[in-house]
Design a protein around this ligand. Sequence first.
Ligand code: SF4
Length: 211
Amino acid sequence: MNTKEEILKELEKLYPDARPALLYRTPYELLVAVVLSAQCTDERVNRVTAALFREHDTPEKMLSLSQEELEKYIYSCGFYHNKAKHILSASRDILERFGGKVPATLAELQTLAGVGRKTANVVYSVAFGGDAIAVDTHVFRVSNRLGLASGKTPEAVEEGLMKEIPQKDWSKAHHWLIWHGRRVCHSQKPDCVNCTLNGLCPFYEKTKSER
Ligand code: SF4
């Protein structure tokens, strides 16, 4: 077994039940929640969507809100102006081009206005069971530190991870890396001393003398 395989095995052992922390009931709700989750905690998104989805849980109902009204709901998630714009554009697109149903293919998801590659990947893998690795800030950082996939852009890291990880594990690996980033491999102060991956981690090897 090579180092990268050992890392993946350990991550799977650490997070066998890794799954998204965002609460949703339909692909549409997941899509909205993922848009809101950029630079925001899942806990806060869940609080906001609990109120928002009470009356606006479909593209039609979302579009009954003006940009300003939607901004009031989602204000606490940050970047509310752009997020509201993206949610409304995507809702309009879903209604006009896909009969009100979120499309189930990655290619179609990526054509939705206001939906970036990361959001499309998450919805494709989580809501539709497709194989995809969404690279968010945690996946990006942890993959680079562990040397699982090195790259300066999310696209480069996504490509690297897809080469290293068997396709059947892509979606699970996305969650393993997020959970490790949240629980241990923090952005500012990674808990390397207590990390069970430290013997396999190039970042730790490089920085341990500074500790
Ligand atoms: S050893 Fe440190 S840098 Fe490497 S994965 Fe663990 S916490 Fe992250």
